[in-house]
Design a protein. Structure first.
Length: 364
């Protein structure tokens, strides 16, 4: 979907502000464990227990309460406790979400879309563009916003189920703003494909919280700058932006997306570290247009670069779930939570659409 370059400057600011707010929010007691009113049957001091070394007979009542399909750590206590809702925090988080949603709508509507003709609401099918890399980006963004929003709601004292539902709904609503505005612009249109991807990201987070009380599978981002020929860097700058922040958001040739699964959560009996993941990834490159490598500029000059092959790449690599690394530091827990949105560099096997299998010693 073609979007004005100015939008990416705005998106960059929104993303940075969101991460800053998440750091501030996560620095609260939510990331440090439970408060005095947290309870587990038969346990006087739940925070003193380390689940990594717990045996079934040490604390009667715990095994019956813990969720299934999970590698249990101290963070699991969030799923077992009675929680007290803080009305000031609930009001603050509700207001922050409303301001973010309404502010995004007004800012985009007044600043970026007013220069383009309006139209009746209409749809636009861009599912086949960019080898679906833009759709992978929508999934990752919706998933990450869902987990950040859910943690903010949990900080208010809401239980994990309500927090998960509100987090997923908040992220989906936030992502929907752009699609609604596109739908009333003659330049673009409401992308059903984008909304499908947004739903996958948000629903993926919510479903795992409700079913497993654990993010067994997480969507992560990787990035390595694509090596553009010198004569095509102007095309890159026009499509994806001339600065690194712009390219991080939009350069589909440089991005890769990962689905990272926690091994211990999937196979509890395996003798592996609780933080060890296995990840499958996807990327595509050699793309200089949404559908193909031909285009015309504003002066009417035509360019044909069909000799550059558009390549799909699939990956398999180990990964780390930073949120499952045990630490008592609130700062480290916050850092781990934020950085966990990114794939940890690791040795990687690749197979591409040309049929080649490649081993890469290190890849993001």
């Amino acid at each position: 979907m073609k979007i004005p370059r100015q939008y990416y400057f705005f998106s960059q600011k929104v993303l940075i502000c969101t991460l800053i707010l998440s750091v501030i929010t996560m620095s609260s007691p939510i990331m440090a464990g439970l408060r005095a009113y947290d309870t587990i049957p038969g346990v006087r001091n739940p925070r003193a227990i380390h689940f990594d070394t717990l045996t079934p007979t040490e604390h009667p009542g715990i095994n019956d309460s813990l969720p299934p399909f999970r590698h249990h750590t101290n963070s699991d206590f969030r799923y077992l406790t009675h929680r007290e809702v803080s009305k000031p925090r609930l009001l603050a988080v509700s207001a922050a979400h409303a301001i973010a949603w309404g502010g995004t709508f007004l800012a985009l509507n007044n600043a970026w879309y007013r220069d383009y003709p309006r139209s009746a609401f209409h749809f636009f099918d861009d599912r086949k563009e960019w080898n679906q890399m833009d759709k992978a980006g929508h999934i990752w963004t919706a998933y990450q916003l869902s987990r950040i929003s859910a943690e903010a709601w949990y900080w208010t004292g809401l239980d994990y189920r309500k927090s998960a539902w509100l987090g997923g709904a908040s992220a989906f609503a936030f992502q929907s703003v752009i699609e609604i505005l596109d739908g009333f612009s003659s330049e673009w249109g409401f992308s059903v494909g984008d909304m499908e991807a947004n739903l996958i990201g948000s629903a993926g987070y919510v479903a795992q919280e409700l079913l497993f009380q654990n993010q067994v599978f997480q969507f992560k981002l990787g990035y390595r700058p694509y090596n553009y020929p010198e004569n095509l860097k102007a095309r890159r700058d026009n499509l994806f932006g001339a600065t690194l922040p712009e390219q991080l958001l939009k350069d589909y040739n440089s991005q890769r997306y990962w689905l990272s699964g926690n091994i211990k959560s999937m196979f509890p009996d395996w003798n592996v570290p609780g933080w060890l993941n296995i990840a499958v990834g996807y990327s595509a490159d050699g793309m200089y247009g949404g559908h193909g490598n031909t285009w015309s500029d504003k002066q009417g000059n035509s360019f044909d670069y069909t000799h550059i092959k558009r390549t799909r790449r699939f990956y398999l690599a180990p990964d780390i779930d930073l949120t499952k690394i045990r630490t008592n530091s609130k700062v480290l827990k916050t850092v781990f939570f934020v950085v966990n949105s990114v794939k940890i560099p690791a040795p990687t096997f690749e197979i591409n659409s040309s049929g080649k299998v490649v081993f890469r010693p290190i890849m993001f």
